[in-house]
Design a protein. Structure first.
Length: 276
């Protein structure tokens, strides 16, 4: 039997992200052949992927981060089957490595991200490979990015909710950017301003408003006016710039930004959460 050194195990672990014992066993099975050991770990991942294809992966982590110059933000969702795995340090390390690749390469889509090189394989292949290590289904389920003069990331404690918020101006008090990124996380707006709300959502809210008024016994000729009033309330509560600022409910986010710089506004935001 080939002698397996600690250095060989550490090297294989660095390449595959597998645990120390998994790496040692793979090297022993491969007779010390490093490339063969990598293949053994990969095949184990493929076998687990096939076996657990019908399982649901709804746990996991949501992570976001911004480039060193602050102009690009990336957000990824890496799902697992269980919360136990979601809290595993190696699983979180895998998610962070994928996030770093997304920031470095700025892929156009999730599929492009999955096809990017990651160490000796691709991001997508690495996720499958890791399934063999962890023993349950994993899924790189989502990827978003924001480009702006300044982008702010926020990850809620527990790694189950994250946001990216783009701003029209850079170089201002960092706390302002953080405040608005946390507002997006806490208040879950549907759009930046009322003009940005999709038409289907507006139509749906009008119908809901009419139906509520109808059930309250309001006259049919008043339903449209009542529904429009409810729609205005919807815009107030669900569009970022019109929401009350969570740290000072006497002002809106628009007013808060204007008090810092009259030209400061939000250009884009992304928010993703697992069930919490």
């Amino acid at each position: 039997m080939a002698t397996i050194s600690a250095a060989d195990v550490a090297r294989l672990r660095k390449v595959t992200l597998a645990g120390m014992m998994d790496c040692k066993k793979a090297l022993e099975e491969a007779g010390g052949d490093f490339e063969k050991a990598i293949e053994i770990i990969r095949k184990k991942g493929q076998a687990v992927a096939s076996k657990r294809a019908d399982k649901e992966a709804t746990e996991g982590v949501v992570l976001s981060k911004v480039s060193s110059d602050g102009t690009l933000g990336a957000l990824i969702v890496l799902n697992s089957e269980t919360d136990f795995v979601a809290k595993n340090a190696e699983f979180i390390a895998l998610a962070n490595k994928i996030l770093e690749i997304a920031l470095a390469e700025n892929p156009a889509s999730l599929e492009n991200l999955k096809n990017l090189p990651m160490e000796d394989s691709t991001v997508g292949e690495k996720v499958i490979e890791y399934m063999g290590i962890i023993g349950e289904k994993l899924d790189l389920a989502n990827y978003e990015k924001v480009v702006a003069p300044h982008v702010q990331a926020y990850i809620h404690p527990g790694n189950r909710l994250a946001t990216l918020t783009g701003f029209s101006k850079a170089g201002l008090d960092i706390q302002v950017y953080k405040d608005v990124a946390m507002q997006v996380a806490a208040m879950n707006p549907v759009a930046i301003d009322k003009e940005d709300v999709p038409g289907n959502i507006i139509a749906q809210e009008i119908e809901i408003g009419k139906e509520q008024a109808r059930r309250e016994g309001k006259p049919e000729n008043m339903l449209e006016k009542i529904a429009q009033g409810k729609l205005a309330k919807f815009f107030k509560d669900n569009t970022l710039l019109n929401q009350d600022f969570i740290k000072d409910s006497k002002i809106t986010i628009r007013q808060y930004l204007s008090s810092v710089d009259k030209d400061l506004t939000v250009t884009e935001f992304k928010r993703y959460t697992l069930n919490i």
